[in-house]
Write a protein that binds this ligand. Sequence first.
Ligand code: IPE
Ligand code: IPE
Ligand code: MG
Length: 236
Amino acid sequence: MAGSSSLPGPRHVAVIMDGNGRWAAARGLPRAAGHREGAKAVRRTIEAAIDQGVEYLTLFAFSSENWRRPAEEVTDLTFLLKHYVRAELAEMHAQGVRLKVIGERERFGPNLAGELAAAEARTANNSRLTLVMALSYGGRADIVTAARRAMQAGLAPEALSEDVFAGFLSTAGIPDPDLLIRTSGEQRISNFLLWQLAYAEMVFTPVLWPDFTADDLAAALAEYGSRERRFGARPA
Ligand code: IPE
Ligand code: IPE
Ligand code: MG
């Protein structure tokens, strides 16, 4: 049947949420307004992911390179993040969302880092959707930190395998993303989950993140369904 999907839906969807600044600029608004609207899209996308049967949703909210932005924008983003967690935690918990934060959260200061840890603890037993928030996250730093941990654990070189190494990454225990979505038309990884995206299907959409809706997620899942994943083997 034309258009029928051959793949089961993706268990794990990762999103590079890009285009907040351009969304604001197009309206003559300050960038912070784009980030605020982007936070609404986060809320919508979590609900849409639950409705559409996604088990793991990873959102790239702040990269290890985003610290290079002007101090004012970093302050705006940190403020927004803090408010988002405070305002949304109860609702996320009620929806059955388990929160997991990856990245160098300490860089946001002890208060926010502590609130994030408390939010993770409070939602730890939820099982409807695992929401992985990548905050001050960098894929290369994740790999270097994992290598350091493996060495600190006294691992013998022969004992290191891909599976063992993955167990030292920040995403230990989380299956690799099946689908990566990047909004705003940019087509690059920007130091996101370098190890974990090895075989992810990628969907790039011109939609700016603040405009991203449940329909856009559904369209990306449909696109994913039409792909053939071969993992290096020959087609069936
Ligand atoms: C994504 O939007 C949000 C973050 C990276 C924090 P941008 O702020 O990168 O928006 P553009 O790319 O400038 O439009
Ligand atoms: C990637 O977007 C990081 C996030 C979406 C959090 P950027 O806007 O920072 O990426 P570049 O600089 O365009 O590659
Ligand atoms: Mg950007």
